[in-house]
Design a protein around this ligand. Structure first.
Ligand code: GUN
Length: 297
């Protein structure tokens, strides 16, 4: 039996049209155009594509958008100066520093410099701390995209064993924080696996929901998946010019009950959450604005 495909593209289209409607309401209620500024440093081709897609999605949703392109030789001080300028620009509500940054720049220093109210990636320690405490200001885009997808597909998480492969600050860690909370689309028992995990296949086979976020092409093989499990593939890898995920899709789809494809799975959801966070950021920075989601105070 072949697994049901979870169509992230379709789910995100519905979600984005709802965000666009809320953006239009916000604009007419406040006269403010919520705006995202994305900073792209260097010439990584994959990053250029991601930023282009984010920019186009903002335009489609009625958000203001600006891409600041900086050369590969940009110093940390120069990038910090750009971030400081955006922090104090009242027309900019969300700031996204596209990762990776060139090697002469320490990413943590730059991400820490983004003012927490404009931190639409939810990378600032204050926002990660709030997330950990169950009172988020912003939801991190990719983890929240995964959660949204599970809710939309009516895949229950309460009491289920979710195994996350990968402990990154962008996906693995914050997703674990979200799924272990009380609340809708959460209440799961969460295990986070990484490169030092013993008996990995044994752990992954105990998952009701298996999330792969390690960045290793086709790492998850059919023998690592319990028959009937749900498999969410966060990986975006380029192999011989083609995109593939962290899951051996063709083999695993014969074992799983539901699976996300790459492309067309988690990726479009990430961008949708970024749009929502930009609206949330504008609401937080506009006095008297109607609530726009997870304001959290
Ligand atoms: N690079 C890969 N994923 C991301 C992301 O979610 N946000 C940013 N800023 N950079 C990334």
């Amino acid at each position: 039996m072949s697994a049901r495909l979870i169509d992230g593209k379709r789910i995100s289209e519905v979600f984005r049209s709802d965000v666009a409607r809320r953006v239009a309401e916000f604009r007419s209620a406040t006269g403010v155009i919520p705006k995202l500024a994305a900073v792209l440093t260097g010439d990584d081709p994959a990053s250029a594509v991601y930023v282009k897609n984010k920019h186009a999605a903002c335009e489609q949703a009625g958000l203001g958008t600006e891409v600041i392109r900086l050369p590969r030789e940009t110093t940390e001080a120069e990038l910090l100066a750009v971030v400081h300028r955006l922090n104090t620009d009242p027309a900019v509500h969300g700031i996204l520093v596209q990762l990776p940054v060139p090697p002469q720049i320490q990413p943590q220093r730059v991400l820490d410099a983004v003012t927490p109210l404009k931190d639409v990636d939810c990378f600032h320690p204050e926002n990660v701390g709030r997330l950990a405490q169950g009172r988020p200001r912003f939801l991190p885009c990719t983890p929240a995209g995964v959660q949204r997808m599970l809710i939309q597909e009516q895949i229950a998480t309460a009491g289920k064993h979710v195994v996350i492969l990968g402990r990154s600050d962008i996906v693995g860690k914050p997703l674990a924080l979200m799924l272990m909370q009380k609340g809708k689309g959460a209440n799961a028992t969460v295990t986070v696996c990484h490169s030092q995990t013993s008996n990995l296949a044994e752990v992954t086979r105990s998952a009701d929901i298996l999330v792969a976020a390690i960045g290793v092409p086709r790492f998850v093989t059919a023998d690592m998946v319990r028959p009937g499990a749900v498999v969410i593939d966060v990986g975006i890898n380029r192999v011989e010019g083609r995109l593939c995920g962290d899951v051996d899709f063709e083999a695993v789809r014969e074992v799983a009950s539901a699976i996300t494809p790459v492309p067309g799975g988690v990726g479009p959801m990430t961008i949708s959450l970024l749009l929502e966070n930009t609206l949330t950021a504008a609401a937080l920075q506009t006095s008297g604005a109607p609530g726009a989601g997870n304001t959290g105070g």
